[in-house]
Every structure is written in structure tokens, then in C-alpha cells.
Design a binder for this molecule. Structure first.
Ligand SMILES: Nc1nc2c(c(=O)[nH]1)N[C@H]1C(S)=C(S)[C@@H](COP(=O)(O)OP(=O)(O)OC[C@H]3O[C@@H](n4cnc5c(=O)[nH]c(N)nc54)[C@H](O)[C@@H]3O)O[C@H]1N2
Ligand SMILES: Nc1nc2c(c(=O)[nH]1)N[C@H]1C(S)=C(S)[C@@H](COP(=O)(O)OP(=O)(O)OC[C@H]3O[C@@H](n4cnc5c(=O)[nH]c(N)nc54)[C@H](O)[C@@H]3O)O[C@H]1N2
Ligand code: SF4
Ligand SMILES: [Mo]
Length: 697
């Protein structure tokens, strides 16, 4: 292996790769030698595989419009123009000072991202609470992981993506994957499922579309969007009716089963068939495969989470897994496929409105005292919980809401629900500061843009979908003129006169993170960079340097007060917005292989832009015929929030009552011009996966 070993900049699989071609050089090829990517075969998650995004990732370092100087607008209507770092930082701090003096510390908001390293996520949370003293911080993980996190927390007392190493899947006898399309969203992950199938295991996919993943499944259940609770309760009903429940396990390791049994009794097969559209023989087959396997997994991803009932949806699948006795049994369990590169770690160290580092609750006095001591401030000086991501975005510039926002690692103009109104809210701010390495759609609205270093130019740690903490290593020097996020945070904290240490050295920040997380649920205190390197990553919790880390956390007990996993009874209520005569079709949204998220990065990579050049709407041939729509033709999709235009893609892989749009593009093809703003009551997750639309040619 030559080159610098590190991991992919994109998704939560965090495929291992080496970077070659400019150990000391800048990613900007002054020396003419662009950075080369090669997959690593010593990383179990990808074992020598990469997807097209990973293979082409180095191109991000040299995209033509890479930001290499701070930008500033002299007045509201003036264009963004290059300026010095001093001018940009002074302007930012002056604005913060003026607005907090007039309106108090909550006048300034911070928005973070699940792509930030653990060190950056930690420092950003500390910056908000200690330097700005604002409660108004949240992050894009609220749009991503929050429903699975909330449901896992209430069932298991802890929230960690997979229940064990990803390689455990190969020995599973059956995997039910609800609402996930890893053949496009984590291609190398499919090898673990293929290994399982080679060993005789069965893959069951639950998705309203016959996706690339569903095509590789032994069984595909194709429910209407938003009906997963009915389906999961229906499967549980069959487990109980056929006497397949793991009674001994339920008695020994769980609580609350009776209430769930009562609920499941009411989900008899023809009722469930009516709600979901899934035929009874398919449900029977799913139950037979799951209950017949020695080892089995129930997994969810965004399709079963991004709903106004997302937390309950995940609970319904966890109930099924518990009734089958899976969680806490070696090589079995419930898991969620985390999404962003550091989707897991990003939610553990304090960028969430209600959290402090170590997955501590910000309203818990003991947690406040511990973290305040690490930060060198009084517990009373720490603010309380703030608004969740969408609530925060929709309060911007309102009389009671924040007047300024600092944003690191998200592009909400494309990715937030009801994006046009979010764009309006951003425009109503007195001060918007965006740190990014490309001029994203959101950065282009900013008053101040701070150019940052990126992935291959910095070091730190990322926590992958297994809960394994990995090292991101610097392979090339950042271009002149950019700073790392840690340098930006430190410079702002210094100008604001914040107490405590604001190191720009990731290793030092990680040392502080370890102390802040010590004793918390996500305890990183025993993890060191040296151990990560020597051991190929360390699984949290890891409470001391002689602790081996915790690949499979629930084997002996669950981290709940009584050590038992909790069943939570949940009822199907349906989507917040149902179809009607005016808007007769369900719209669901998601991803394609060659684009990542808001597309800010991947739309700039040539091979990816060629592979997935623009927005489209998948619709069934019968629907297309009824509407007089031809494949490839532009159609107008309208919801109660707005209208979008995209090319029709006619396919019988989707239900007749449903259309699908990916959300990766800006402008008039933005899927999020259409999506609704109903929020899950527990997780505050927006309902990205279903709303009512109509289509016209
Ligand atoms: N190529 C690519 N890969 C990515 C990303 C990316 O943007 N592009 N993003 C990363 C991130 S942050 C995330 S969160 C993950 C997301 O990874 P996934 O969850 O796999 O991706 P999605 O496409 O959002 O949704 C998965 C599936 O849910 C289905 N679905 C829609 N509505 C429902 C429903 O009501 N019930 C059920 N059961 N299924 C439904 C959709 O048809 C879709 O196929 O991907 C990560 N990997
Ligand atoms: N309709 C619909 N909408 C969705 C979803 C859906 O399924 N359907 N999925 C939701 C989900 S799961 C997610 S995760 C969100 C994601 O959506 P976004 O939050 O918009 O995520 P990205 O597009 O990854 O935006 C990251 C931005 O930060 C920059 N960036 C990347 N790394 C860093 C860094 O280390 N530092 C700094 N300063 N900047 C960085 C990138 O260049 C980019 O501009 O979208 C959500 N929106
Ligand atoms: S699957 Fe995810 S981590 Fe792996 S190469 Fe693709 S984008 Fe990168
Ligand atoms: Mo995500």
C-alpha cells in the first residue's frame, strides 16, 4: 500500500482509500500531479471496493470554482467580492456583537453538518454554547438520523447505527431492509449482503420502488409510502399468530411486550393488505424467512425514518426485531444505516440542539456540570436546549428568531423541506456566514463566505455506520488562502474573547472531546489516534485506554435503567398529508448513485455530472399514459408548497399511485420545492418521504 491511508469524503460506509500523488503538494495541481485514489483492502466496510463517487473524489480538490479567498458583500445588494481574512472575521464578529447586544445571545444561530469530523462537530457545539452562549444550534443530521436515533434511544437506551461489525451481516440468515437502497447509496455494502445470500441467507427489501437493491432481493415488499407501521405491525401480528415469538428472550431481556401484543392483534392481514398494498403471501414469506433463521437482522434507512411518524416507524421495526429475539444476540439485531460520512459521530458530540458531548442531554444537571468543568465555565453559563433544524431555519429573521446564522457543512437551500421558504428566511437574516469549500447555493446567499480546507487536506476522526471511530488523514496541503474549520472557529472564538482553549490541532481537540465524553453514553475517553491506527478503528463506547471498545454493545444487557430493551406500542396514522382529488399522487424522494445530497460537491465532478446530469421524476407507465406523458419529456410536479419541473422517467419499477424524485439538484428541479414541513413529534424529523402532488405535461 502506498500513499496516505484515509477514508472517502462522502457517506457513512467510510470506505477506506489511499491518496497518492502529492504528499506535500497542494491538491491544486501546481506540480501537475493530481491526487490519485485507490481503494484499501484492509478496511472491512469496503474490502477493496469503492463506488463511482469514491473513485472520483479527488476531483473535488481541484474543482474550477473552489473557494480560495474569503468573500464579502459590502451591502445587502452588493455582489460577493474577495476580501482579507481579517475583514471577513471582523465583519462577522462585529455583526454578532451588534445583534447580541440588541437581542441577546439567541440572536445568533449555528447550523452544522453530519459530514464534519468529530473534532469539528465537538468544537462547533462548544463554540455555540461557550463563545456565543446561544441555545440556537442544530444540524442537518436532524434531517437524516434523528428518527432512528430517537427510536433506538427509547428501545435500547442508546443509539448506534449497526448492532455490530458490518461483516456480521455475511453470517446472517435473513436481513429485512426497510426503506434503504444501498445498491445506490452505499454500493460496496452490497457485498456483505451478497456474501450472506451466498451462504444461504435471504434478503427482504421493503420499498415502494423496485430499486437496484430490491432487484437483488429474495423478496420485495412494495408498500405505499408512509405505511411502514402498518406493515411492521402486520408482520408482528403474523409472528404472534403463528407462535414464532421468542418467548424466553422476551421474558428475560425486554419490557413492555403486553401493550405491543395488544396493538399487533389489531393488525390482521387483510387490514394490513388494504393499508399497504402488500399481499398476505409475501408477508407470510417475510415472517417465515426471518423467524426461520438462526441469525437475522432488521435494518432501516431513510425510507422508513423520514416521516412525520418516523420515530414510531422505527419503533415498529424494532418491536418486530425484539419479538423475534434478535437485538443483543451475537450476529443478529436491529440496526440503522447511518447516512453522512460522520452521521454517527456528528450526533454524539454536541451540535444537536438538545445535546452535550458524549450523547449527554443538555437539560441534565449532572451532564451540564461535567461538560462545563471540561470547558472551564460555570454550568449556569451554558444555555438550554434550542430549536430543531427545521424549526430553527423557519424562525430565521422572524421577530423572535435568530438574526444571524453561521453555517458549517450543509446546503439547506437545496436540502431543507419547503426549500423556497427556507431560502426566504435565509434572505431575511441580518448576517449569514457560510464556511464551505465550494460556492454552494446557500453560500451564494451569504454576507460572508469563509473558504475551508476539505477532507484530504485535514485530519481528524469520523465514526462510521458500525460505530467504529476512524482516522481521516491529511494527504495534501490545502490551497493558499483557505483555513480549516478548526482554524476558523478558533479565530472567531479569539475575537469574541471566549474563555477556555480553542486549539486548531485536531489531536488536541480530540483529547478534550475524550474528556468531555467520559462517562457519557458515547464514551470516547479510551480512544486515541494511535489506537485507531493500530487497531483499524475503535468501536465506542470505550471508557478507558485498556478497554477493547464495544463492537457489539447489547450482548449482556441494554443500557437502559433496568438493563432490558423496551417495546413501544405504535399505531399507523398515515402520512401528515394524504392524497386527495386535487393532489392525487404520493411523491417520495431520495437518492441516485452518482450524486451526493444537495449535489454541492458531486455536481462539480465531471464523471458524476455526466452520469446523473439533472432532475427527473419516476412514474409508472399506466400513470404516464393517463397523463399523456412520454419518457424524457419535462413535466410539472405541483404540491401545496410549490411547483418543480423535471424530466419524466417512465418505469414500471414504481407503484402506480406514487412518483419519485431525487433531491440532488438546485433551481426549478428541486424536489424540496414540493416537500412538506410536518415534523415527527419526538425526533423533529421532517416528512421528506411522502407528500401529495399532481403532475401535468
Ligand atoms: N449516492 C448517494 N449515496 C448516499 C447519499 C447520497 O446523497 N447519494 N447520501 C447519504 C446519506 S446522508 C444518507 S441519509 C443515505 C440514505 O440512504 P437510503 O436510505 O438508502 O436512501 P434514500 O434514497 O433516501 O431512501 C431509500 C429508499 O426509501 C424508499 N422509500 C421512500 N418512501 C418510503 C416509505 O414510506 N417506506 C419505505 N419502506 N421506503 C420508502 C425510496 O424509494 C428509496 O429507494 O445515503 C448516503 N449515501
Ligand atoms: N427531499 C429530500 N430532502 C432531503 C433528504 C431526502 O431524502 N429527501 N435527505 C436529507 C438528508 S438524509 C440529509 S443528510 C440532508 C443533507 O443535505 P445537506 O445538509 O445540504 O448536505 P450536503 O449536500 O452534503 O451539504 C454539505 C455542504 O457542506 C460542504 N461541506 C462538506 N464538508 C464540509 C466540511 O467539513 N466543512 C465545511 N465547512 N463544509 C463542508 C459541502 O461542500 C456542501 O456545500 O438532506 C436532507 N434532505
Ligand atoms: S460507498 Fe460511500 S464511502 Fe464508499 S466510496 Fe461510495 S460514497 Fe464513498
Ligand atoms: Mo442523510
Amino acid at each position: 500500500m502506498t500513499g496516505t491511508p484515509t477514508h472517502c469524503p462522502y457517506c457513512a460506509l467510510q470506505c477506506g482509500m489511499t491518496l497518492d500523488g502529492g504528499a506535500a503538494a497542494s491538491g491544486v495541481p501546481a506540480d501537475g500531479a493530481p491526487v490519485r485514489v485507490a481503494p484499501r483492502d484492509d478496511v472491512p466496510a469496503n474490502r477493496g471496493g469503492l463506488c463511482q463517487k469514491g473513485w472520483t473524489a479527488a476531483e473535488l480538490l481541484t474543482v474550477p470554482d473552489r473557494l480560495t479567498a474569503p468573500l464579502m458583500r459590502r451591502t445587502r445588494d452588493a455582489p460577493l467580492e474577495p476580501c482579507t481574512w481579517d475583514d471577513a472575521l471582523d465583519r462577522t464578529v462585529a455583526g454578532i456583537g451588534r445583534l447580541t447586544a440588541a437581542h441577546g445571545p439567541d440572536a445568533v444561530a449555528v447550523f452544522g453538518g453530519g459530514g464534519l469530523t468529530n473534532e469539528k462537530a465537538y468544537q462547533l457545539g462548544k463554540f455555540a454554547r461557550v463563545a456565543l452562549r446561544t441555545s440556537q444550534i442544530d444540524y442537518n443530521g436532524r434531517f437524516c438520523m434523528s428518527s432512528a436515533a430517537a427510536a433506538s434511544g427509547r428501545a435500547f437506551g442508546m443509539d448506534r447505527g449497526l448492532p455490530g461489525p458490518v461483516t456480521d451481516l455475511a453470517a446472517s440468515g435473513a436481513v429485512l431492509l426497510a426503506g434503504g437502497n444501498p445498491a445506490e447509496t452505499m454500493p460496496p455494502f452490497m457485498r456483505h449482503l451478497a456474501d450472506m445470500r451466498d451462504g444461504g441467507g435471504a434478503l427482504i427489501v421493503v420499498d415502494p420502488r423496485r430499486t437496484a437493491t430490491a432487484r437483488q432481493a429474495d423478496l420485495h415488499l412494495q408498500p405505499a409510502a408512509g405505511t411502514d407501521i402498518a406493515l411492521a405491525n402486520g408482520l408482528l401480528h403474523l409472528v404472534l399468530a403463528e407462535g414464532l415469538a421468542a418467548e424466553d428472550y422476551i421474558a428475560a431481556r425486554t419490557s413492555g411486550f403486553d401493550a405491543v401484543r395488544t396493538v399487533a392483534n389489531a393488525y390482521w392481514p387483510d387490514r394490513v393488505e388494504r393499508i399497504t398494498g402488500v399481499p398476505l403471501p409475501q408477508m407470510r414469506e417475510a415472517v417465515r424467512l426471518l423467524a426461520g433463521a438462526d441469525r437475522a437482522h432488521v435494518l432501516t434507512a431513510r425510507g422508513s425514518e423520514q416521516h412525520a411518524q418516523g420515530t414510531d416507524m422505527v419503533s415498529a421495526f424494532i418491536n418486530l426485531a425484539l419479538a423475534l429475539g434478535l437485538p443483543g444476540r451475537p450476529g443478529s439485531g436491529y440496526g440503522c444505516l447511518t447516512g453522512q460520512g460522520n452521521g454517527q459521530g456528528g450526533r454524539e458530540h454536541g451540535q444537536k440542539a438538545d445535546q452535550l458531548p458524549g450523547y449527554r442531554k443538555i437539560d441534565d444537571p449532572a451532564a451540564r456540570a461535567h461538560v462545563a468543568a471540561v470547558w472551564g465555565v460555570e454550568p449556569d453559563a451554558l444555555p438550554g436546549p434550542g430549536r430543531s433544524a427545521y424549526e430553527l431555519l423557519s424562525a430565521l429573521g422572524t421577530p423572535d428568531g435568530p438574526k444571524a446564522m453561521l453555517l458549517f457543512g450543509s446546503n439547506p437551500v437545496v436540502s431543507a423541506p419547503r426549500a423556497a421558504s427556507v431560502e426566504e428566511r435565509l434572505g431575511a437574516l441580518d448576517l449569514l456566514v457560510v464556511a464551505d469549500f465550494v460556492p454552494s447555493e446557500t453560500a451564494r446567499l451569504a454576507d460572508v463566505v469563509l473558504p475551508t480546507a476539505q477532507w484530504a487536506e485535514e485530519s481528524g476522526t469520523m465514526t462510521n455506520l458500525e460505530g467504529r471511530v476512524l482516522r481521516r488523514r491529511r494527504a495534501v496541503r490545502p490551497p493558499d488562502g483557505v483555513r480549516t474549520d478548526l482554524e476558523i472557529i478558533a479565530a472567531l472564538a479569539g475575537r469574541l474573547g471566549a474563555p477556555g482553549e480553542w486549539s486548531t490541532d485536531p489531536g488536541r481537540v480530540f483529547g478534550e472531546l475524550r474528556r468531555a465524553s467520559a462517562g457519557g453514553i458515547a464514551d470516547y475517553s479510551g480512544i486515541t489516534y494511535a489506537r485507531i491506527e493500530a487497531e483499524g478503528g475503535v468501536f465506542w463506547p470505550c471508557p478507558s485506554e485498556d478497554h477493547p471498545g464495544t463492537p457489539r454493545p447489547y450482548l449482556d444487557r441494554f443500557p437502559t435503567p433496568d438493563g432490558r430493551a423496551r417495546f413501544v406500542p405504535v399505531e399507523h396514522r398515515g402520512a401528515a398529508e394524504d392524497v386527495d382529488a386535487e393532489y392525487p399522487l404520493y411523491l417520495t424522494t431520495g437518492r441516485v448513485l452518482a450524486q451526493y445530497q444537495s449535489g454541492a460537491q458531486t455536481r462539480r465532478v465531471r464523471a458524476l455530472a455526466d452520469a446523473a446530469p439533472g432532475p427527473f421524476v419516476e412514474l409508472h407507465p399506466d400513470l404516464a399514459e393517463r397523463l399523456g406523458v412520454e419518457d424524457g419529456q419535462d413535466v410539472k410536479v405541483e404540491s401545496r408548497r410549490g411547483a418543480a419541473t423535471a424530466a419524466a422517467r417512465v418505469t414500471d419499477a414504481i407503484r402506480r399511485d406514487t412518483v419519485f424524485m431525487p433531491f440532488h439538484w438546485a433551481g426549478e428541479g428541486r424536489a424540496n420545492l414540493l416537500t412538506g414541513t410536518a415534523l415527527d413529534p419526538v425526533s423533529r424529523m421532517p416528512e421528506f418521504k411522502v407528500c401529495a402532488v399532481r403532475i401535468s405535461a
